[in-house]
Design a protein around this ligand. Structure first.
Ligand SMILES: Cc1cc2nc3c(=O)[nH]c(=O)nc-3n(C[C@H](O)[C@H](O)[C@H](O)COP(=O)(O)O)c2cc1C
Length: 322
């Protein structure tokens, strides 16, 4: 496809963004996406295998990963700033400071809308992509008015922390595309040429994909997890409520127990405790222990049949786009 206005605003060749993926991104993946013409995002704990309780040390680790991206690629990339206005942003604030100091070109801001934060990022010469966890017309319009460059419309089909409202990608993309004049990116089960084309037909001007890139050769997820993604499909996924909304997982001892306890009436708090937050996402998806951790992916796994290089994934996604 030829470049569109999302490409122009971000300075990239193809309108494909690799979404933030807690624990699973690193400089290698992000550089590979950029070098293939799309744009990668360093997510929480990018490149790490441990956490430190020290927010300053966490931010310095992100600085190292940002510098590694630059050693591998001269293309634009983003860092995920997860922002909660209702919550102390203890780890996000030092990371944002490092992002400014390192002149990272793009912020992938996910969380509750904070128009002052968008204005601050713009004042630091950044491009801003805003992803509201529970997408709304109001949030998208406020982000646009504050200067955001693009909006992610996330459907319930996605992997990761699901939106609290059960609105599929097919419904949320045109709803937000009609509400703003800046480019909208479609997130949630976009994983082949057909879903990509459908997203564009619905008004999207970019693709925001997580699961498709987990199944790439360059992603640091171990082979047993990648094999589980290609051998299962959407009907194999279990879903359970947890904090702050819902999660899906491929089968495994912990995931099966969460689905069962949810059906038996366990509370959101009880399930969140059993789930173990993104700590057990690391156990499942980075350490590869499918029984002790969980494997969070979107319903688009049905369309993923082999583990390909990032460049081939981007070529497939853009094959039928005009
Ligand atoms: C394993 C996993 C971890 C994720 N972690 C984050 C995260 O830390 N921050 C965030 O904003 N989104 C996160 N997401 C959501 C993705 O950025 C993206 O919205 C989603 O993967 C798109 O749907 P898809 O997986 O169907 O392509 C995660 C998704 C997955 C599958």
């Amino acid at each position: 496809m030829s470049k569109n206005r999302l490409c122009d605003v971000l300075g990239i060749e193809k309108p494909v963004i690799q979404g933030a993926l807690a624990w699973l991104t690193d400089a290698k993946l992000v550089a590979a996406v950029g070098n293939a013409g799309g744009m990668g995002v360093l997510g929480p704990n990018a490149g790490q295998t441990t956490v430190t309780p020290d927010p300053g040390e966490t931010a310095e680790r992100m600085r190292d990963e940002i510098r590694k991206v630059r050693q591998l690629s001269d293309k634009p990339f983003a860092v995920n700033i997860g922002w909660m206005t209702s919550f102390p942003n203890t780890f996000a604030e030092p990371i944002l400071k490092v992002v400014y100091e390192e002149h990272v070109p793009v912020a992938l801001y996910s969380g509750e809308i904070d128009t002052d934060l968008i204005k601050d990022m713009k004042a630091h010469d950044m491009k801003v992509i805003y992803r509201e966890l529970n997408p709304t017309v109001e949030g998208a319009q406020q982000a646009e008015a504050a200067g955001a460059d693009a909006i992610v419309a996330t459907g319930f089909d996605e992997g990761g922390t699901l939106p609290g409202r059960v609105i599929g990608t097919f419904s949320i993309v045109p709803m937000l595309a009609d509400a703003v004049s800046i480019p909208v990116l479609a997130a949630g089960a976009v994983s082949d040429a057909r879903t990509a084309k459908a997203a564009f037909d619905l008004g999207a001007e970019g693709l925001y994909c997580g699961t498709a890139f987990i199944a790439s050769q360059e992603c640091r997820v171990p082979d047993n997890v990648k094999q589980a993604i290609i051998t299962n499909n959407a009907v194999d996924l279990g879903m359970y409520k947890t904090w702050p909304s819902y999660y899906r997982s491929l089968p495994g001892a912990l995931a099966d127990e969460l689905v069962k306890r949810d059906a038996e009436g366990a509370t959101r708090e009880e399930l969140a405790k059993l789930q173990g937050g993104i700590r057990n996402m690391k156990v499942g998806m980075l350490d590869g222990d499918i029984d002790k951790g969980y494997i969070s992916v979107g319903t688009g796994i049905s369309l993923i049949h082999d583990i390909k290089p990032v460049s081939a994934i981007i070529d497939t996604l853009t094959a039928d786009l005009d």
